[in-house]
Design a protein around this ligand. Structure first.
Ligand SMILES: [Zn+2]
Ligand SMILES: [Zn+2]
Ligand SMILES: [Zn+2]
Ligand SMILES: [Zn+2]
Length: 347
C-alpha cells in the first residue's frame, strides 16, 4: 500500500475520508488511482484535486449515503451508483441492528485492501455483469445478534459459515466484532485471526477455481496432495476428530492448512498476499529498498528479514508477532506454485 498526499501537503492514508490538516473531503479517484482531495463543484460532483488529474467524480452511494466506503466513480458512471469495490456486494448487514453499520464499514475497508493487492498483482476478477466465470460476489451475513455485548443466536434460518462457493465469499459479520474475533482466535489456537486474513483466505479458494481447476490440477496434486482423495467432507471430520498431524509445522503454514489440500492452498495463497502486501508497503514507506516481485525466493528472504524486525518491535510494545509463521522449505515450495500460477494469469 502507498500513502497519498492532499493538495495542502498532508499525508493521506488509504482509509481516509477527510484531510486531518485542512479538513477537505478526500476519496479514491479511479482516474489517477489515488486517494485525493475532492473539490466540490456545487452540483453534487467533485473534481479530483490531484495535479494533472482533475477528473470529475461522484461519491460511491455507500460513501455518500452509508459512510462505509471512501471511493468515487467517474461522473460519467454515476448511474452505476456503487464503486468498483462495492459493486461486488450481494448481501449487506441488517443496518437496523446497532453496531452493524460500523462492522460493515470494517468489512468494506478490509475488502478494499484485498482488491488493492489483487490489482497490484494484476489478478483477474469480475462480476456477473462483466460476464466473469465464476463471478466474484460478497455476502456479509449474520446468524446471531449482539445483545448487551454478547452474541445471541437468532434461532431461525441457517448458520452462517465464513467460506467460499462458486465465487461467492461469505463473511459472518461476527468476525467484524473485535472482542468476538479475539475469543475465536484463542479458542481455535490461531496465531492470527483478522478480517483481512479471512478475505485473503477465501479469495484463495476463488483463485483455485480460476487458476487451478481443470488447468493445473496435476501440478497442484504434486505439491499440495490429492484434493480428490480423501474427499473434503471426510478430511474435515478427521481434522476435527484428530487435529493436525505431528510435525505439521515443518510442512504447513498453519494447523488449519493440514485439513485438506484445498485449505492448504487457501492458507498458502493468503500467506502469499500477506507477503506481497507487507513488502509493497515496506517499500513505499521507505523501510526497505526495491523488491523484485517476479523473484519469489527474493521476496521470501526479504519477508523473513522484515518479519524479524517487525516481531521484535511488536514484542517491545507487548503485542503479538506480526509474522508468526516460520517458512520451511515445503511451505516455500507451495508458495512457489502459487507464485507461478499468479504470474501466469496476471498482467
Ligand atoms: Zn489537506
Ligand atoms: Zn484523480
Ligand atoms: Zn463504494
Ligand atoms: Zn477455506
Amino acid at each position: 500500500m502507498r500513502t497519498f498526499a492532499c493538495v495542502c501537503g498532508q499525508t493521506l492514508f488509504f482509509e481516509n475520508v477527510a484531510c486531518e490538516r485542512c479538513g477537505r473531503e478526500v476519496g479514491w479517484c479511479p482516474s489517477c488511482r489515488a486517494i485525493a482531495a475532492l473539490e466540490p463543484l456545487g452540483d453534487g460532483t467533485y473534481a479530483c484535486a490531484n495535479a494533472g488529474c482533475g477528473a470529475v467524480l461522484v461519491k460511491c452511494a455507500n460513501y455518500a449515503r452509508e459512510n462505509v466506503c471512501n471511493r468515487c466513480l467517474s461522473a460519467a458512471d454515476a448511474g452505476r451508483g456503487l464503486c468498483d469495490a462495492c459493486r461486488f456486494n450481494r448481501t449487506i448487514p441488517d443496518l437496523s441492528i446497532a453496531g452493524n453499520r460500523e462492522r460493515w464499514g470494517e468489512l468494506e475497508a478490509a475488502k478494499r485492501r484485498l482488491l488493492y493487492t489483487l490489482d497490484f498483482l494484476g489478478l483477474p476478477y469480475g462480476s456477473a455483469a462483466d460476464g466473469f466465470d465464476p463471478p466474484l460476489a460478497f455476502d456479509f451475513k449474520a446468524d446471531a445478534i449482539p445483545v448487551d455485548g454478547l452474541w445471541r443466536w437468532m434461532g431461525e434460518g441457517e448458520r452462517v459459515f465464513t467460506g467460499h462457493a462458486d465465487g461467492k465469499i461469505t463473511i459472518n459479520i461476527r468476525e467484524a466484532d473485535s472482542v468476538e474475533r479475539e475469543k475465536l482466535r484463542v479458542d481455535l489456537g490461531e496465531a492470527h485471526r483478522t478480517l483481512i486474513g479471512h478475505f485473503r483466505h477465501e479469495v484463495g479458494h476463488y483463485y483455485w477455481d480460476l487458476l487451478v481447476r481443470g488447468r493445473h490440477e496435476a501440478a497442484f496434486k504434486h505439491v499440495f496432495g490429492d484434493h480428490e482423495n480423501p474427499p473434503y467432507g471426510e478430511a474435515l471430520q478427521r481434522h476435527y476428530r484428530e487435529g493436525p498431524p505431528a510435525g505439521w509445522k515443518e510442512r504447513f503454514v498453519s494447523a488449519y492448512a493440514t485439513m485438506h489440500p484445498w485449505e492448504d492452498w487457501a492458507e498458502t495463497f493468503s500467506l502469499y498476499l500477506d507477503i506481497t502486501s507487507v513488502l509493497d508497503t515496506a517499500v513505499n514507506m521507505g523501510l526497505i529498498g526495491p523488491v523484485d516481485f517476479a523473484d519469489l525466493n527474493g521476496m521470501v528472504g526479504r519477508y523473513r528479514q522484515l518479519g524479524l524486525v517487525l516481531n521484535e518491535l511488536n514484542r517491545e510494545m507487548g503485542l503479538i508477532d506480526v509474522v508468526p509463521e516460520v517458512l520451511h522449505a515445503p511451505v516455500v515450495e507451495k508458495l512457489g506454485l502459487v507464485h507461478a500460477l499468479v504470474r501466469r494469469r496476471s498482467g
